[in-house]
Write a protein that binds this ligand. Sequence first.
Ligand SMILES: Nc1ncnc2c1ncn2[C@@H]1O[C@H](COP(=O)(O)OP(=O)(O)OP(=O)(O)O)[C@@H](O)[C@H]1O
Ligand SMILES: [Mg+2]
Length: 283
Amino acid sequence: MVTDVPAIRTRVAESNAPEPGAVASGPAPAAPAPAHLVAEDFHLFYGTNEALKGVSLEIPARTVTAIIGPSGCGKSTLLRSFNRMNDLIPNVRVTGRLRVSELDVLARDTDVVDLRRRVGMVFQRPNPFPKSIFENVVFGLRLLGVKDRGELEVRAEDSLRRAALWDEVKDRLDRSALALSGGQQQRLCIARSLAIEPEVLLMDEPASALDPTATARIEELVLELKSRYTIVVVTHNMQQAARISDRTAFMLQGELVEYGDTRRLFTSPHKRLTEDYITGRFG
Ligand SMILES: Nc1ncnc2c1ncn2[C@@H]1O[C@H](COP(=O)(O)OP(=O)(O)OP(=O)(O)O)[C@@H](O)[C@H]1O
Ligand SMILES: [Mg+2]
């Protein structure tokens, strides 16, 4: 892959996002943003294959973190670990600690249903259910026992507005979700995640199956959503990481090589491996 580094540098230089946790200038120094997602020496094995080799990082609340790195380096595995989606895979073993705020993700007595309500997930391929648009959005609410039609309608509209889809679907909520375009389906899946009011949104290559216009809409949406949610996006597209993220994590062969301010990481990486990757020397 040939990477357009000057383009990344320009875009990154244009972004003025403050470094999360940085102390503001002026008389009242801001407290450092509290970490919302924390990994401490986290290892994950698929059978004997150690896919994550002691990952430690702290992701501040209401920021966008991009995870980049070559295929197979463990990006999806790390993402899925934060809502214990890896529980569904046989022969997975983990050590270390993961936290979502004060919640100990890996503790035996952690309520996984509640964890997944707090930590929503959006996948690479839009995966709407073969149901109406409305029923897709309220699916999680129904599982949580919400029956009141009025409440379901209010929450569906609110979620569709937040996912920037309301205007396109408000007149056809009873039609099949499968008739929507790929980009609309992905925003519908985001609305479905938002309906149950998560704190965190994990997105695994959410735009890689979409055309450039639909991709741009997802990117705009991510930027809007970060005022309310902590967002982690896996992407193979470094320009996209530079456009949408405050912080970037670069992974290689199961290790976190570098995690920091996106602008800084793309313009003056601390590690040689990061520099080699972002300048397209491998990957
Ligand atoms: N369900 C699974 N069972 C066994 N091994 C797995 C499973 N999922 C992933 N792995 C292995 O774990 C390692 C990390 O995979 P992972 O899917 O997390 O990488 P990735 O960085 O998301 O890659 P990509 O960019 O291709 O999506 C790889 O060696 C992969 O083969
Ligand atoms: Mg992956």
